[in-house]
Design a protein around this ligand. Sequence first.
Ligand code: AP5
Ligand code: MG
Length: 215
Amino acid sequence: MNIILLGPPGAGKGTQSAALVERHGMRQLSTGDMLREAVKEGTPVGLEAKAVMDRGELVSDDIVSRLVDENLAAMPAEQGAIFDGYPRTAGQADDLDRILAKNDRSLDHVIELEVDVEALVERITGRFSCAKCGALYHETANPPAKEGVCDVCHSTEFKRRPDDNEETVRTRMDEYRAKTAPILPGYEARGIVQRVDGMDAIEDVAKAIDAILKC
Ligand code: AP5
Ligand code: MG
């Protein structure tokens, strides 16, 4: 099973990917996470990407498609892949077709998380994650069960993303509208797009995705 989770910043792609990994042993391929890792490690890709990400703009197709290519090639053939935040441009959508074909895979579903854009700024500015294991939280919608302690690894250290401020979020949304939303019709023409109400509670969104995957 190979699926794309598509939706604007804060739609819940990372949250639902983590739930799919836990429930079904799929692997999350998040280009945002890969780029943040590269920035943290100070690799050449990270050095090139950092300023672009801080502005909320898109990193070049070449860089992100190469990251996806390398990560997919390293996966066992039988493990399902969740593409989170990729593809984001028409060029990346073409790259993904090529990368999947090379690995004898094909796309099963493109799941669009439909959200009310105005609610997203609040979601993103309330987001934080565990500094140790990366588990995602929200101040009001999804806080840890015990305040100040990660549910998953019990760490007490949390962090916020540098691009999670209102100004950068607006640029990220503009980029989504201008470059990412236009790739949907191509997938619609293939009959593989399914829509889920991303404004529902996290568990209900997860159930709706499971219903699409029939598992
Ligand atoms: P990336 O990391 O992909 O960020 P994004 O697309 O802007 O999406 P987010 O991670 O902000 O949101 P999400 O949909 O994962 O939401 P989440 O589950 O965290 O990309 C960052 C940057 O990297 C880009 O701007 C770009 O520069 C670069 N980049 C990455 N990929 C690229 C590519 N392919 N090409 C070029 N450049 C690329 O949820 C958000 C919050 O809401 C959380 O706090 C969560 O707890 C809460 N929440 C989730 N679901 C719900 C719900 N149903 N109800 C209430 N709260 C909820
Ligand atoms: Mg994310």
